[in-house]
Design a protein around this ligand. Structure first.
Ligand code: ADP
Ligand code: MG
Length: 519
């Protein structure tokens, strides 16, 4: 070999090892978590994100912020994944999970500086996470989760979000009603609740539509704007002269031939109108075009037609009404029809909407929300989406825990208590985990303009004296009290998931001591 260096990797790849690798990963992870910290809680601030194309998103939602940030660093990307998995599993707590992961990394960094080995940190963190889960179990409500508690869960998840002119309380009411509607013996069919937002009015109106809403207008002005007890056909049929006929070259060299061609076309169109009218359908949805003449003829017959539907809308209409999609008019049979109690069209500003209510197969409900601007409705949609998720989660498990930092205070307390019995350096790691969990009440304090240390001291004292203590925000007031009494409640699963996903990401990042990156 004669002293020649041996390359096992491409010369272009970059390698960072040991402490350098650890600290650069930890720094990146911490930085990402830090970026969402100020949005946590009822007094959290919003972020305005502008992409390279100039599109603006204004949001308070952790997962949305992290995803819009276009993060490249691999360790930082893992924090984004924490909030993504949190969003996917339970639908809320994304900021909490990211902030917790960042703080676990910060504590790990201190431990590494004190020469605690990464393996010991990982073991200690896992042990502490186990204690945290037990602490959560101990905090779970004893009373049944009733509508009142569900409304509180919904409201707690929306407080501090940009809900425009709507109060979280009034939205919570609608959200619980929606989830109750899709609650079956087989569980909560969360997917059967959709949210439809409409720009143009002030955001002081929400309603629960017992069905679906599609962005469609009637194919002709003369059509009825409402049909009761409707038989509905959902077609993938073009009710127009076949494109083939138009493209074909006619060798027309006499007026008679021209007239014959026109007659043929008219005959074809009349045929469509007749077939549809005679089928008995009151309302037709088609994914293809409808010729004006056909629309006019059907309008005269009092049939309501919607043309050019998107595929997903067509699928939604079919599943909500029990209709079977038909690709050829000649195949249309009675058994293909769906039904609905009422279909009506409404105009909102420049938009026309079709409401399909009380469909035969109607398990679907739509939360219909209006807001002044696109930014308001987008954020409203996210807030309502979170609220629907947490209410579904709480209803399914029947388990809620006190919010406002109270659960975190008791988690940290229990971990510190049990840490005393843990031997060696691992004890340091377990205690560090408790310190990291304190980030939630600390941040809630900081975001309400309070001194985090003072608040932590007061919360611990109140916790020791009364068992449950959170930093409650109501209107302009911030007080220390029992979150259950103030209706600040989170689903237990949101807290469990946050502990688990944050621990997983932090231990994974802390364990890395070698980063090999291809150029
Ligand atoms: P996340 O993305 O983690 O859900 P949020 O900004 O939604 O972040 O904040 C959630 C935290 O705010 C939870 O700890 C919850 O208990 C707390 N919270 C909600 N409502 C209140 C309130 N009225 N007073 C104090 N804390 C509250
Ligand atoms: Mg939330």
């Amino acid at each position: 070999m004669g002293g020649q260096p041996m390359f096992i990797m491409s010369e272009d790849s970059q390698r960072t090892q040991g402490r350098d690798a650890q600290s650069s990963n930890i720094m990146a992870g911490k930085a990402v978590a830090e970026s969402v910290r100020t949005t946590l809680g009822p007094r959290g601030m919003d972020k305005m994100l502008v992409d390279s194309g100039g599109d603006v998103v204004i949001t308070n939602d952790g997962a949305t912020i992290l995803n819009e940030m276009d993060i490249e660093h691999p360790a930082a990307q893992m924090i984004v994944e924490v909030s993504d998995s949190q969003e996917e599993e339970v639908g809320d707590g994304t900021t909490t999970a990211a902030v917790l992961a960042g703080n676990l990394l910060g504590e790990a960094e201190d431990l590494i500086e004190q020469d605690v080995h990464a393996t010991t940190i990982v073991e200690g963190y896992h042990e502490a996470a186990g204690i945290a889960l037990e602490a959560i179990d101990e905090q779970v409500n004893e009373a049944d989760v009733d509508d009142e508690i569900l409304r509180q869960v919904a409201e707690s998840s929306m407080t501090g979000k940009g809900t425009g002119g709507l109060t979280a309380a009034s939205l919570a009411e609608t959200v619980v009603e929606a989830i109750r509607h899709v609650d079956t013996d087989a569980g909560v069919a969360r997917d059967n609740v959709t949210v439809h937002t409409q720009i143009g009015a002030s955001s002081n109106a929400t309603e629960l539509v017992p069905g679906i809403v599609v962005d469609e207008e009637p194919a002709h002005d003369g059509m009825p704007s409402a049909v009761e007890d409707a038989s509905i056909a959902v077609l993938d049929v073009e009710l127009d002269v076949r494109t083939g006929d138009v493209d074909a070259e006619y060798a027309i060299d006499s007026i008679d031939q021209l007239n014959a061609a026109i007659d043929a076309e008219e005959g074809e169109l009349e045929g469509y109108a007749e077939t549809v009218a005679e089928s008995g359908a009151d309302v037709v949805f088609t994914t293809e075009d409808v010729a004006d003449r056909v629309a006019n003829a059907l309008a005269n017959e009092g049939v309501l037609v919607f043309e050019g539907l998107g595929d997903s809308d067509a699928r939604q209409v079919a599943s909500a009404t029990g209709a079977r999609r038909v690709g050829d008019l000649d195949d249309l049979e009675d058994s293909d029809f769906g039904s609905a109690d009422r279909i009506h069209t409404e105009t909102y500003g420049d938009d026309d909407l079709a409401f399909v209510e009380g469909g035969a197969a109607a398990e679907t409900v739509t939360v219909f929300v209006r807001g002044g601007t696109e930014h308001i409705v987008d954020e409203l949609e996210r807030a309502i989406g979170d609220a629907l998720d947490v209410v579904a989660t709480a209803l399914e498990s029947g388990e809620v825990v006190p919010g406002a930092g109270a659960t975190e205070i008791s988690i940290a307390d229990k971990i510190r208590e049990e840490a005393a019995g843990i031997e060696g350096r691992k004890q340091l790691a377990v205690t560090a985990f408790a310190d990291a969990v304190d980030i939630v009440p600390r941040t809630l304090a900081a975001n309400t303009g309070r001194d985090p240390i003072d608040v932590l001291v007061d919360l611990r004292a109140a916790h020791d004296a009364e068992g449950r203590a959170g930093l409650i925000t109501t209107g302009d007031e911030v007080t220390i009290g029992d979150p259950f009494e103030h209706g600040v409640v989170d689903p237990a699963d949101v807290k469990r998931e946050a502990i688990e996903s944050a621990t997983e990401a932090a231990t994974m990042i802390a364990r890395i001591d070698d980063v090999i990156a291809a150029e």
